[in-house]
Design a binder for this molecule. Structure first.
Ligand SMILES: Nc1ncnc2c1ncn2[C@@H]1O[C@H](COP(=O)(O)OP(=O)(O)OP(=O)(O)O)[C@@H](O)[C@H]1O
Length: 623
């Protein structure tokens, strides 16, 4: 590893990177840039600093011209953080990609309608061909899908005003779903000259944080747009290909960049201790050999790997590891009493096992189209529970009637002013809403544990909240087809299983997904940092085929598919695992414990020593 930078060098170095970016943002000479750098190198910090400088130099003229700088973040949490750091200045429009895209396509209602009709018609044609040619194992299910699409087409044809909510369930007949918003955005950006003009006039500068995970179709569309409007549109990408953890991202982002793009380099890791920088450099080495360097002030830090038998009592084992870490680091926050460390599990269902929501997780995660939503906690169907029902139950426990009333006022269609014809009607509806809340809460009396289905049924009966179409369908089907025969698609089948799960699992899931539990997933910690990190690795428990630590650690041979993928330059489970491991280890600011459950401890140890990832005294074999 190169010598650490001293304080003065660091300031000069960082200033020169920021200056390179600033040189791209001169409104009279706009250029595009690509700032891809390793973990903890201060990409987000540079983004904020550069925008502060931008405000100073060009803020007034931008304001006078009614222009803004658009900043796209990967999550709502990241958006909130950047907005806060930019002091909520309206010069900057900070949003997630879905919100941003909806903002720019929304005025094009006629084109949206045409797009939807076209897309649905093509889709219907494909499905009908499939049915006619007998290319299905379940013709009844396919027929149901066709009728549902036909109904949707009819609604779309009769609609002139489409709506969309980036965080909502988009269940209304005139709503557009999340993936269609992205597809529409991509196509309009590529083909609609008027939209391009409006976009570049309003947002001549567009910056994207974590761009390695931004939808590849949109990134490609933005590249095309930038190519056409070089002088009047600056695209700035921040990210790190080594931290690409979602499949949506463009895997070769950064290769074949146009010659006139500026590509600043950031090689200092400001977050991790030197020992951890050395480890993550090793993890990264085979991919692009991008070595990071510490600053003079980075502390030394501690890394330990604990190799534990697969059949260990995991809870006890992880407590023991924390105890050892507490001794080694002399940091009481590792001790079980204080327990101020983050445990990173490979997949949500490992947290699900530990926190008690595994049925919920397994049921929904088994459907491809629901996976991302389950992982990021944004599954629209769940908002009925997480944004309305759970807050009511929690507030009721705290005897906080005010919040209960607030939630009902905000979300209940019974209290929607549009539906009040007269005062009597209003009083009647208030009574109904009150009764609806009582009926709902009565499901928990005498320590009862309602099933999700009972909760939905109660809401359905009282009309307290709007029920997502799928649940309504299930409840109605359940009534009309008590023998359980149905025409549901895979997704509806999953929702059907979901409603048979105890409601308490939603509560556990919600606590976890909000980050209130001490567990986080590898995916969930993207962009974050914590002083103490425990990475838990367990191929057997994680069960997926997406990741394999035993392969990454040399204890298991790569499969023929892995080798073929590697030979064809495609992603493989080993490389995906490597990137996740890089993300998790690089979150640690002080100390890192890696807990690996495997029955091949000796093999793993030998391999890691050979690869020089860890030293002998840093690997502890537990029994
Ligand atoms: N020039 C600097 N001097 C001191 N600390 C810095 C500097 N730049 C960044 N940091 C600190 O380093 C940490 C990482 O910064 P930041 O989150 O901006 O990095 P990043 O490159 O976006 O990280 P990642 O890609 O890993 O999410 C933060 O705690 C930040 O405050």
């Amino acid at each position: 590893m190169k010598r650490p930078y001293n304080e003065l060098n660091i300031q000069e170095y960082e200033a020169s990177v920021n200056n390179q970016i600033m040189s791209c943002l001169d409104p009279d000479n706009l250029k595009s840039f690509f700032l891809f750098a390793g973990a903890g190198s201060g990409k987000t910090r540079s983004l904020v600093q550069v925008l502060d400088q931008f405000k100073f130099h060009y803020g007034n003229s931008f304001r006078i011209q009614g222009r803004k700088v658009a900043v796209i973040t990967y999550t709502n949490a990241a958006r909130d953080e950047i907005e806060r750091r930019l002091q909520y200045d309206p010069l900057f429009y900070v949003s997630t990609i879905h919100s941003f895209i909806w903002g720019i396509i929304k005025p094009f209602q006629i084109d949206i309608k045409k797009w939807l009709i076209n897309s649905l018609s093509n889709n219907l044609q494909e499905l009908s061909d499939k049915l006619q040619k007998g290319r299905t194992r379940d013709p009844e299910k396919l027929k149901a899908e066709i009728s549902s699409k036909e109904r949707r087409l009819e609604h779309v044809t009769n609609t002139n005003q489409f709506i969309y909510s980036p965080d909502g369930d988009n269940q209304r007949f005139n709503s557009i779903n999340h993936s269609d918003v992205i597809k529409i955005g991509q196509q309009f950006l590529m083909e609609n000259a008027l939209m391009q003009k409006i976009l570049k006039n309003k947002y001549p500068v567009l910056l994207i944080d974590e761009s390695q995970d931004t939808s590849k179709y949109l990134i490609e569309a933005l590249f095309e747009m930038q190519e056409k409007h070089k002088e009047s549109f600056s695209l700035g990408l921040f990210g790190d290909t080594m931290q690409r953890i979602y499949s949506d991202g463009k895997h070769d982002l950064g290769s074949n960049l146009p010659d006139d793009w500026i590509t600043p380099v950031k090689e200092i890791n400001h977050r991790c201790p030197t020992r951890i920088i050395k480890l993550i450099n090793k993890i990264r080495e085979p991919v692009d050999n991008q070595d990071q360097v510490p600053g003079e002030y980075n502390n030394k830090g501690i890394v330990r790997m604990f190799l534990c038998p697969s059949d260990s009592n995991k809870e006890l084992m992880e407590e023991e590891v924390a105890r050892i870490m507490s001794e080694l680091t002399k940091d009481g926050s590792w001790s079980c009493d204080a327990s101020d460390y983050k445990t990173l599990i490979l997949e949500h269902h490992m947290a699900a096992n530990r926190l008690g929501f595994s049925d919920l997780f397994q049921t929904l995660y088994s459907v491809k189209g629901l996976q991302n939503g389950v992982l990021d906690g944004n599954l629209p169907e769940l908002s009925l529970f997480t944004k309305r029902i759970l807050p009511i139950i929690r507030s009721n426990i705290l005897q906080d009637d005010y919040t209960v009333t607030k939630i009902v006022n905000k979300y209940s269609p019974l209290l929607d002013r549009k539906h009040f014809n007269n005062k009597e009607n209003q009083v009647e509806n208030l009574k109904l809403a009150k009764q609806g809340v009582q009926d709902l809460l009565s499901l928990w009396t005498n320590d009862k544990e309602p099933m999700i289905e009972e909760v939905i049924q109660s809401i359905y009966n009282s009309g307290l909240f709007t029920i997502p179409e799928k649940f309504k369908l299930l409840i109605e089907e359940e009534i009309s087809q008590p023998d359980g025969k149905d025409n549901f698609s895979d997704e509806l089948d999953a929702w059907k299983d979901f409603i048979k799960i105890p409601f308490s699992q939603i509560e556990a899931y919600d606590t976890y997904i909000k980050g209130d539990a001490k567990f986080e997933t590898h995916q969930g910690v993207k962009g974050l940092e914590y002083p103490r990190i425990m990475v838990v690795i367990d191929d057997e428990e994680s069960r997926g085929f997406m990741f394999s630590y035993e392969k990454l650690f040399g204890a298991k041979k790569k499969t023929a598919t892995d080798l073929r993928n590697e030979a064809e330059g495609k992603d493989s489970s080993v490389e995906r695992t490597r990137r996740l491991f890089y993300v998790t280890c690089s979150r640690a600011q002080e100390s890192l414990a890696i807990v690996a459950y495997s029955n091949k401890s000796e093999l793993i140890k030998t391999h890691l020593l050979e690869e020089n990832w860890l030293d002998e005294d840093e690997i502890i074999i537990m029994s």
